[in-house]
Design a protein around this ligand. Structure first.
Ligand code: C2O
Ligand code: CU
Ligand code: CU
Length: 526
């Protein structure tokens, strides 16, 4: 089968990705079609008219209240269920949700205090919950085959035991309900939870299974960052809609029960043509003459974003945190490149604008509607301004000399068993194989090579980016990361210490179509 893969860089493909990828000895079985932006993926056109931009007010996901709090921690219940939402005015869109909303409810935790989350599965398929960025014991990490089956007691027999493909790949299952324990012995950070089901993560997240989980701590509190209405989470996702207003996705099996994979060139990644922020298209928010803390998450399946404010805020976009929490010191940017799954914690001082200014959050990786994300309208109302300190936190570099092992992994197109897909080195994901075995407590250096765009994510521990090619880390690489934005033909090195929890964890590409089509591997920590 020959697939068309859209590779998009701002330069021509031959100028950057392909030529060098071939130079790496990577055989690309695909025809490469440049389409002009900067993501690896293919645009899925909607079949309904585009909604009016900047007319819907930005919603903020509700914060989930614990059922109870005791000496074990805070206990929550989330029901995974279908729900209808009016995302595009005039259309009803069926979703898969956590508690009926997309994004799901936000969870607020204190570092060191456990969150115990009971997930009830009322969806018609198995689910798996992963807390992305969580420092979590293996049993609760959402290993891709640790299914929480639907409560229908015949589900396994009807759908999985008869399929050799499925029944071979079943880990620790539960039925109808599953308890996840998050000790959260980690720094304050912007985490998010999402579905992680083997081979079906892309369509499940696309349908709405994603939410924020914030961890806070004393160090962050001491900074007195903008809070309450001055702290706004922004979950950015691209989506496409079918003629009836449902979410379009090119699944081979739209029931998502049996056959994984997507049709045609969407193996490269699914790019939507409608930008959603917190689940609504191109919203608008009114802001005070004040400093705001924006917690940006790119929860798109495959789309990379180059975010900029237009007009630019006089004080710039000041980054204070990243995937793994606070930076050592603030970094002033004029734009942010955000790969899928990455988070940027930034301060924007809107008091630098005249009241009434309309400020557009743009995406420089695209033109037209997808080149715009949302708008802020500045009001006359005064609010607190935040003086950004020079020092935010302490980040101790992981030293090369401590590293016991250096490994290298090649992320590239390849044969993923029954389907064309994506591999690490030459191997498609196999839950039964440990690609790396790491002694608990040790530091390792990993060299990562990419043929195309691959946002590579490692579970369990955050890492430090120590090099890109022959250079040091890039301008968006500061601090503790859990997802690195690898660009076509790029090579990068990360350092990571595997701490506290032994067991089998995954690392994978967070382009969710790549992940589903086998670009994942196991690291056994012992
Ligand atoms: Cu956000 Cu293994 O994923
Ligand atoms: Cu993760
Ligand atoms: Cu990838």
């Amino acid at each position: 089968m020959v697939l068309a893969v859209a590779v998009v860089t701002r330069r021509t493909v031959l100028g950057s990705g392909l030529a060098a990828a071939v130079g790496l000895g990577v055989g690309l079985p695909y025809a490469l079609v440049p389409t002009g932006d900067s993501s690896t993926g293919r645009l899925l056109p909607s079949r309904i008219p585009r909604p009016t931009m900047f007319s819907v007010v930005l919603p903020v996901p509700a914060v989930l209240r614990p059922d109870r709090s005791d000496s074990d921690g805070d206990h929550y219940t989330i029901t995974q269920r279908t729900a209808m939402a009016e995302i595009v005015p005039g259309y009803a869109t069926p979703l898969w949700t956590y508690n009926g909303t997309f994004p799901g409810p936000s969870i607020e935790s204190r570092a060191g205090r456990a969150a115990l989350v009971r997930h009830i599965n009322q969806l018609p398929v198995p689910t798996v919950v992963h807390l992305h960025g969580g420092h979590t014991p293996h049993e609760s990490d959402g290993y891709p085959i640790d299914y929480n089956l639907p409560s229908d007691p015949t589900y396994y027999e009807t759908h999985m035991s008869t399929s050799p493909h499925m029944s071979m790949r079943v880990g620790a299952t539960s039925q109808g309900s599953r308890d996840y324990t998050y000790p959260l012995k980690q720094r304050a950070a912007t985490l998010w939870y999402h579905d992680h089901r083997m081979e079906f993560t892309g369509p499940s997240v696309w349908r709405g299974l994603a939410g924020f989980h914030f961890v806070r701590d004393d160090e962050e509190d001491a900074l007195r960052l903008p809070a309450g209405p001055y702290e706004i989470p922004l979950m950015l996702t691209d989506r496409s809609f079918g003629a009836d207003g449902s979410l379009a996705y090119p699944s081979i099996d739209p029931t998502l029960v049996n056959i994984p994979g997507v049709t045609g060139g969407y193996t490269a990644g699914v790019l939507g043509d409608t930008m959603l922020v917190n689940g609504v298209p191109w919203p608008i928010a009114t802001v005070d003459q004040a400093s705001y803390r924006l917690r940006v998450l790119n929860a798109s399946n495959a789309r990379r974003l180059a975010l900029r404010l237009d007009p630019a805020p006089p004080a710039g976009i000041v980054q204070i945190g990243t995937d793994g929490g606070l930076l050592a010191s603030p970094v002033v940017h004029d734009h942010l490149v955000v790969a899928p799954a990455q988070r940027f914690d930034v301060i924007v001082d809107f008091s630098g604008y005249r009241p009434g200014t309309v400020v557009t959050l743009v995406n420089d990786f695209d033109s037209g509607p997808m080149g715009q994300v949302m708008q802020f309208r500045t009001s006359e109302r005064a609010g607190p301004r935040f003086a950004i300190p020079d020092r935010l936190s302490t980040i101790t570099p992981l030293v090369h000399d401590d590293a016991t092992t250096t490994r290298s992994f090649r992320f590239r197109a390849g044969n993923a068993g029954p389907m064309d897909g994506w591999v690490i080195d030459s191997e498609p994901f196999d839950p039964a194989t440990a690609t790396a075995t790491v002694p608990l407590g040790t530091v390792e250096i990993w060299q990562l090579f990419a043929d195309l765009h691959h946002p590579v994510h490692l579970h369990l521990n955050p890492f430090q980016i120590i090099a890109r090619g022959t250079d040091g880390p890039g301008e968006f690489d500061h601090g503790w990361k859990d997802t690195i934005d690898l660009k076509p033909a790029e090579q990068a090195a990360i350092a990571v210490r595997f701490e506290d929890y032994p067991g089998r964890y995954v690392f994978h590409c967070h382009n969710l179509e790549h992940e589903d089509m086998a670009m994942m591997a196991n690291v056994d920590v012992r």
